[in-house]
Design a protein around this ligand. Structure first.
Ligand code: UTP
Length: 298
């Protein structure tokens, strides 16, 4: 029997420079997609995949993120008094139980691998998930739940993967495919941000991972040798080959939005707005109006 994946690490200690000046005071993960902060989408997805412990790797200036997870008894009382049961339910659905959530500090932004390494003492000899809240995935079955199901077959380490246009491969970790089984690929190499025209495929890694505890051991080794950023990709890649537990790419079913970029965030706002019964009609009408008046002006 494989050990169940019950812990997830959420590295949220990055500087969020692409959203300056907003991120001077607002953590990127608290920015709202329609009416929910990015981090809430990630928490909901994790819960639906069976995650019971939520480990946040934070940094200076992320206080609003911790506050967001506090209960709000006064607000709940007010809503109850006013009979606003629907809002009360929404509020309660975001409450985290005591002890369910842990915060670890990354004292310097030394890369994603380093952020994951900072949480090492909360992970024992068990597989764990890593979720980047700025990748938001709209899917019928949440992406991490799809991966957990696939992982039960494969074990090892698994990364969410999607095809990207060739000219964009240099922005991602890219998989070198050993065998392609459709939704699942076995991996013989991984390259972080390959130079133009050198990518081994156009299958890119996005922000969902299920990792073997060995990856933390690999990070330990890399950490002691590295000067600059510590890449998670390098530590996962060490699991490829005879000494490792194997690495798999999983082509998830769903649409991923890169909410770490302005264009991705705006696209997600429109897509999630259109998916909402209470907003669709107005938003659709507005989009039609502005697109037709732009066309007319051209
Ligand atoms: P990004 O590459 O998007 O960096 O990190 P960033 O700092 O968040 O944003 P920009 O590029 O400056 O706009 C991907 C994920 O890894 C986390 C980030 O918080 C984000 O969730 N991260 C990155 C850390 O936790 N620590 C780091 O040192 C670097």
């Amino acid at each position: 029997m494989r050990k169940k994946v019950t812990k997830a690490i959420f590295p949220v200690a990055g500087l969020g420079t692409r959203f300056l000046p907003a991120t001077k005071s607002v953590p990127k993960e608290i920015m709202t997609l329609v009416d929910r902060p990015l981090v809430q989408y990630a928490i909901d997805e994790a819960r639906e995949a069976g995650i019971k412990e939520f480990i946040f790797v934070t940094s200076r200036g992320k206080g609003a993120l911790e506050d967001y997870f506090d209960h709000a008894p006064q607000l709940e009382q007010e809503l109850r008094k006013k009979g606003k049961d629907d809002l009360l339910e929404i509020l309660k659905s975001t409450n985290m139980d005591s002890g369910e959530i842990a915060y670890i500090r990354q004292h310097r932004a030394m890369g994603l691998g380093h952020a994951v390494w900072c949480a090492r003492r909360l992970i024992h000899n068990e597989p764990f998930a890593v979720m980047l809240p700025d990748d938001v995935i709209a899917a019928e079955t949440p992406c991490l739940a799809q991966m957990v199901e696939a992982y039960e077959e494969t074990g090892g380490s698994m990364v969410a993967a999607m095809e990207v246009p060739e000219e964009q491969t240099s922005s991602y970790g890219v998989l070198d495919i050993d065998a392609d089984h459709g939704s699942m690929v076995s991996v013989k190499g991984m390259v972080e941000k390959p130079a133009q025209c050198t990518a081994p495929s156009n299958l890119a890694v996005i922000g969902r991972y299920i990792l073997s505890p060995n990856v933390l051991r690999n990070l330990n080794r890399i950490k002691s040798g590295a000067g600059g950023e510590i890449q998670l990709t390098d530590a996962i890649a060490q699991e490829i080959g005879e000494d490792g537990d194997g690495v798999y790419g999983y082509r998830f079913r769903g649409q991923r939005f890169d909410c770490g970029s302005k264009a991705g965030f705006l696209q997600a706002t429109v897509a999630f707005g259109l998916a909402r019964d209470d907003l669709r009609e107005d938003l659709e009408a507005y989009l039609m109006e502005i697109t037709s008046s732009r066309r007319a002006a051209e």
